[in-house]
Design a protein. Sequence first.
Length: 279
Amino acid sequence: MPSTSAVDRLFSIPQAYAYTPENERLFLEAMAEMVEHHRRNSPVYDGVCRQDDFSWDQVRHPDDVYRVPHIFVTAFKLRRLLSVPESEIVVTFTSSGTSGQKSQTNWDAGSRDRQAFSRKAVVESMGLADYEQPVNYLVLSYDPASGGTRGAAHAFAMYTTFAPAAETVFAITRGPDGQPRFQPRLCLEALERFAASSLPLRVVGFPAFGYMLLKELEARGLRLRFPPQSLMMLGGGWKQHTGRAIPPDQYRALVERVLGIPCQRYATSTVWWSTASPT
């Protein structure tokens, strides 16, 4: 029997970019359900809404969604804020920072499944899934041994499921002190080895690490070339490397110049581009 929940109906649309007036109405209905759920089950969030004198009738159009009160991420570094019973939490992820207090993201089974559905829908809707062609992966993130509960480690690992892996190399592994360390030499050796194969390359992970590798290859005068099915899926902020961030058009040009991957084969998150763009 189909679910009557607007949230469940919204997350059953396989085409991630299928805009229709009906889907717009469904989006607003799902947002209303979400707000009501959190107000009913989280005294903290209900208090924030009351403090802002917010009611859903203030939202009549998608452009009005910005009116929905939010909780700053700092709060999730200091408190475990839930709107489902603790017993329903199936996984807790932390932010990827290596210093300071980490924020938490807590998922129940429904949240986990909807997140997985969204990721798959976006990648497939962009035509970036190929379940037949083996590829080599360079993951600019944590390997399973050092990733722990970091949400980025989980997310980027999931982006290696949209094409079968011939070989997977992770950029961040445990160093001699047991702490996660970026391993540029390992990555550069992998890129040269992958370029010698006939297989497409898929690079996923943090843009800052990709930028450092690309600049090093360029400094060495190396121009690698990969099959046209190759692609890059980058996301997340530059964090402690913010000062090195470059505009997206410059990043695209650098990738095409050094790796030969055309701009049509990029998939980058809005968060990353807004972080990388000059203010």
